[in-house]
Structure formats: C-alpha cells, structure tokens
Design a protein around this ligand. Sequence first.
Ligand code: FES
Ligand SMILES: [Fe+2]
Length: 354
Amino acid sequence: MTSTSDRPTSSIHDVRQAGINPNHWYVVAQSSEVTTNPIAITLWNRSIVLFRDSQGKINALEDRCPHRQVKLSHGVVKGDRIECAYHGWCFDGSGKCVDVPYLEENQKLPSGKIQAYPVREQDGFIWLFPGEKKAESIDLFGIPEWDHLNYIATVSVIDCNAHYSYLIENLMDMYHGHLHDNWQAWADPVLQELQETSDRVDALYQAQSYYKIDKIWSISQLFFPALRRLHPEPLNVSYVYPHWVSTLGNDFKIYCLFCPRSLTSTRAYLIHFTSLNAFWRLHKLPVPFRRFVKNRLFGSAQKLLDGLVRQDVLMIEEEQQAYLNNPQQRGHEFNRTLASVQRLIRAQADLEEN
Ligand code: FES
Ligand SMILES: [Fe+2]
C-alpha cells in the first residue's frame, strides 16, 4: 500500500491516472433518453439510475437497492417513485424508502437513504452534480444555441475506451485535422495565443475555412469538397473544465459535453450547430414555422459528424492501449496547448484529492 507521502506530487503525477473534480455539472444523458423507463448511467465509477417521474421531473439516484444491493434501474417507475424489481421496495426522488409491500404491523420502514444527486434538465441534456459542494453555487455550462431558432443541431455520441484526457487533447489540438483529410471545416491552423487559468484553457488558432453559411447552397459545401472556397478565419477552442467549445468564424459552433466514466472509459456528446444567422428573410417568418424547420433539419450533419468521431475514437483508443502496454513511454509534443490542458486536468484532480 502506498502512503500519502509516496504519492507523486501534482507536477509529475500521471495525467492518465488523474481523477475528475466532481464539483462541476457533468452531462449524463440526452433529455430524450430519459423517460419513465429507468436508465442506468456511469459517471466516474458511480452507478446512477435516471428516471422521469409522472410530473416529467428528472430524478437521479444511486443505482443500488439497499435491500439486496441489486440495481434499481431494473425496476419500474410508479408515479413519483421507483420500485425495485426484486421485492418491490419503493423509493422517492430523495432516495428514501417509502414502501415495503410486505411490511408487518410491528415493523418500520428502513430509515437510511440511498444517495440522490442534484440534477437539471437544460438545453437538451441532463446535467448531474456529483460533488460535495452546493450544486447551486456552481454555474452550469449552458448551450444557448440549443433552443435558438437560428441554429440547427446535430448530436454525435462519443463512446471511447480511453481516459478523458485523450479526448480533450484531441479536441484542443487543431493540428490533428490531418486525420480528417478535408472533411473538417478548417485547414492550415497556426496557434496564435494560449491562455490558461485555474478552470479553463483557451487556444486561438488562425486557420483557413470554407465554412460560411451565407447562401442556401453554402450548406452543400459540407458534403461536397469540390464546392469549398477557403478564406482565413479565427479558430477558437476552449476547455472550460470539464467541457469544450469551439468557434470558427461567425457561423461555426461546436460543443463537447463530457461524462467521464472511469480511468479508461469516456462518454461525451459532440454537438454541432449550423447557423442560419445570415438568412434574415427566414427570421421574418412565423416562429412556429421556424421551429418546424429547425426540428426537421435536426441531425442533418449526422453522417459527417459520426464519420469524424469514428476517426478520432480510433486514434484515442490506440493511444490508451499504447499507454496501458507501456505507461512510461512518452511521445514528443510540439503543441503547447496540450501541456496547458494536462496542467488543468491535474490541478482540478488535485482540488478533489485535497
Ligand atoms: S433487492 Fe430491492 S427490494 Fe429486494
Ligand atoms: Fe477530430
């Protein structure tokens, strides 16, 4: 067993072994995934059951029945309670046992509670706060474009068998565009500025972009490389711990919302927005029609986004495997953004440990 003094200091400790700082809002599901059928999720080794009660309210409980330790997510929702599949004990949204169907007159309900987590439904996602601090004291990383009528969303789910640091490094390192050939929206990035604080890293690259959605046909550039015309644009990428956001010029916005599951497994949601800001005539149309258009076009960049994600996941999982085979091996890194990202991960993980 290692004592605390044997533990490496923060400056050298291995980023691939870093934990998470739980005092943040993490994204654990898409809104549409959570219904009155309970679902099981994992956030940094914690098994959690999510369910929507009869009022539509989201609840998040430890996924463990205190009777025989089986998963509550096998159960069913009845009104505002969840009923365990095994013997039918019922729990309310605060984690309190409120019914044991075969309780005898002289017996009392168990008094202990299972853990309930602060949870919010906002901008199309379920956000969960696993920390000890007061959840209300920590800002939730919002996505204003989600409900905005001028933005069309596409969501790609990233599931990778790798530590979350590999994914965020991929997202912050714009030089990896090489991998995507000419299917990404930018080319020839050059890192111009790098800023680092205790809770975020901002990198500004100058790049070439074909992405300018100012005519109806410009959207077709996404799908037909021959139609693309490059022009210079600033490319901003930010790690706003624990999530990521990027902008390219005025029309391109993309987010990645993180749900680290364990040391070697990460789920994340990549959300790409196509902007309709340039089409002022469209904005004069009635709101219900604009909402209809927005909803109909939801997911229109799905194939493209999923294809890019597949390429990234292959690389990220190989990095993880190489690390597991030889944890001492280190590559050369020329992009200083990654050193900043690793420092931030270590600092946030240390906040949790101390
Ligand atoms: S194990 Fe859940 S009610 Fe018995
Ligand atoms: Fe990529």
